[in-house]
Design a protein around this ligand. Structure first.
Ligand code: GTP
Ligand code: MG
Length: 197
């Protein structure tokens, strides 16, 4: 799929105020600093469509972007960032869970995990929660430029091993790097397919 246009639509902390249109929607979620906003910029080939930062906790709202005038990409705040206050964390959690449980337009979630780390309980718990709530998701491994191919394979295998302890099948997954533009076509073609093209 070619990205012909990518526009910021709105930021929100209230799922009820998100765009009313029924365009298909794809959301990026994962720990703070995992690379959600960078991935959105890489996929859309825009340098700073979504705001990124070396400091975790940059994205604080639900951000909608309109792509090719016919579908939405959604950038979300990260979960599991220790340095935001407990009350802020609760607010994030509340609107993230509200977003996933109420947003009918959502076709699939992409759960981002840093390829360098061992499977983390917080990510596994989040995937479990999505599964229990019937919300389809794929996994996106990020920052693949930081590892050699062999180490990438090892980490993916470890993830498979852990996930297959609780899931019947390994969810769809993608290996990506925003800085090296790895995995772009795979993710975009997958979205294109789900959009019925
Ligand atoms: P929050 O909005 O805080 O939840 O973070 P985020 O998940 O949106 O992460 P963001 O895209 O802001 O990136 C966090 C940091 O990781 C930035 O310093 C990015 O430059 C870096 N980063 C993101 N993707 C990659 C990648 O593929 N490779 C490398 N080497 N660095 C990356
Ligand atoms: Mg972000």
């Amino acid at each position: 799929m070619q990205i012909k246009s990518a526009e910021f639509v709105m930021s929100n902390s209230d799922v009820a105020k998100c765009p009313k249109s029924m365009l298909p929607e794809y959301a990026f979620i994962g720990r703070s600093n995992v690379g959600k906003s960078s991935l959105i910029n890489m996929l859309t080939h825009r340098k700073s469509l979504a705001k990124t930062s070396g400091r975790p906790g940059k994205t604080q709202l639900i951000n909608h972007f309109l792509i090719n005038k016919n579908w939405h990409l959604v950038d979300l705040p990260g979960y599991g960032y220790a340095r935001v206050s407990k009350s802020t964390k609760k607010v994030f959690q509340k609107f993230i869970t509200a977003y996933f449980s109420q947003r009918k337009q959502l076709v699939t979630a992409f759960v981002l995990v840093d390829i360098r780390h061992e499977p983390q309980p917080i990510d596994l718990e989040f995937m479990q929660w999505l599964g229990e709530n019937g919300i389809p998701f794929s996994i996106i491994f990020t920052k693949a430029d930081k590892l050699k191919p062999k180490a990438i394979d090892n980490h993916v295998e470890k993830y498979k091993h852990v996930l297959l302890e609780t899931w019947e099948d390994m969810p769809n997954y993608f290996v990506t790097s925003s800085s090296k533009e790895i995995g772009k076509d795979d993710v975009l073609n997958y979205i294109d397919e789900l959009n019925g093209n």
